[in-house]
Design a protein around this ligand. Structure first.
Ligand SMILES: [Zn+2]
Length: 346
């Protein structure tokens, strides 16, 4: 029996080496390892062996099977790589090298760069700020009082503060918006100013298709003499039209934000149906774009700017949501999952 098994191995090895296509290799596999293949027949004969010979023969048969499977896989690999059998052991320096995969910029970063380049072309300065912020800048100076629900522990990630920081600027939080940079930036600037602050912000959110605990915002601030609501509307309309390369209408709804007065939500005519109504805009013809408003006089004062002389507007873009609209993505979580099947589509 052992002799038969060795014969089987020699035949199988020979057949594998001489298989020159994957189909031929598949036939070899069926012939030797298939349900009615040679090995199966040999295993049937095991039963007829004397009791004492069975274990050794059984063990050898299993070993052969493993070797064969490995040899088949190895041969399949080299056939896929296109290496002809006769030269598989020869170094052929003319053979093309393995192509290294090219990486590319994450769609979110790509979109963020597009947004900043549009504002940059309108004369906006691009600035960044700390992601760990003090409650003084994240809330107090933005006219968000102590009893405001935004300061609730359920909405905000509080961070354990090092000694000393707490007394000066309050507790530390992962910033809940990019607005703290409005005040920080104004500490070293005097009007007129025009800047945007793109960056990551954090909320204590249950994650779903349209909510993430971490996402990107882009804050904008303009302060000068005689800035009016129409300047705000004009700037944002130009931005949206440049971004989507399309004429759009905008609509304004009153909204309360503590750091602006009046506060405005900006809607844009639906990109898909041009305002006629479709499932994407829930038949309303409009899409919610961003919050904005005229900077609250108290916030201007906190910035060291005289509200009797200067006025300004501010706005906050949800970069993730805009990006989803721009690329036609339906789940915000995809941006943060590093799933190559998603990323390779850009
Ligand atoms: Zn629509």
């Amino acid at each position: 029996m052992l002799e038969q098994l060795e014969q089987f191995k020699t035949q199988a090895d020979k057949a594998i080496t001489s298989a020159n296509t994957l189909q031929e290799l598949r036939d070899v596999e069926v012939h030797f390892l298939g349900r009615r293949g040679k090995l199966a027949l040999l295993l049937q004969q095991l039963r007829d062996l004397p009791q004492e010979e069975r274990p050794a023969a059984g063990a050898r048969a299993n070993e052969l099977k493993k070797d064969l499977i490995a040899a088949l896989a190895h041969r399949a690999e080299s056939l896929k790589g296109g290496t002809p059998a006769s030269t598989s052991h020869v170094l052929d320096i003319t053979w093309p090298g393995e192509r290294m995969p090219y990486g590319h910029i994450h769609p979110l970063t790509r979109f963020l760069r597009l947004v900043t380049s549009i504002f940059s072309s309108m004369g906006f300065e691009i600035i960044e700020g700390p992601e760990v912020e003090s409650t003084k800048y994240n809330f107090d100076l933005l006219n968000i009082p102590k009893d405001h629900p935004a300061r609730d522990v359920w909405d905000t990630f509080f961070v354990r503060s090092p000694e000393g920081v707490k007394s000066a600027e309050g507790d530390l939080v992962l910033r809940t918006h990019t607005s703290p940079m409005q005040v920080r930036a104004m500490e070293t600037r005097t009007p007129p100013v025009r800047f945007i602050v793109p960056g990551r912000v954090y909320r204590h959110e249950a994650t779903d298709a349209s909510h993430e605990a971490m996402f990107y915002q882009c804050e904008g601030l303009v302060i000068d003499r005689g800035i009016r609501v129409t300047d705000l509307l004009g700037t944002l309309k130009i931005f949206l039209q440049t971004l989507f390369e399309k004429k759009v209408k905008i609509r304004v709804r009153p909204e309360f934000y503590p750091f602006v007065e009046p506060g405005l939500d900006i809607d844009m005519s639906c990109l898909l149906c041009d305002g006629k109504g479709c499932p994407a805009c829930k038949q309303s013809g409009w899409m919610e774009m961003m919050g904005s408003g005229m900077v609250h006089p108290k916030v201007l004062t906190n910035m060291g700017v005289d509200p009797k002389v200067y006025s300004g507007f501010a706005f906050g873009l949800g970069i993730d949501r805009l990006m989803m609209l721009y690329f036609g993505i339906d789940d915000v979580r995809l941006s943060y999952q590093s799933d190559m099947r998603f990323l390779e589509q850009f």
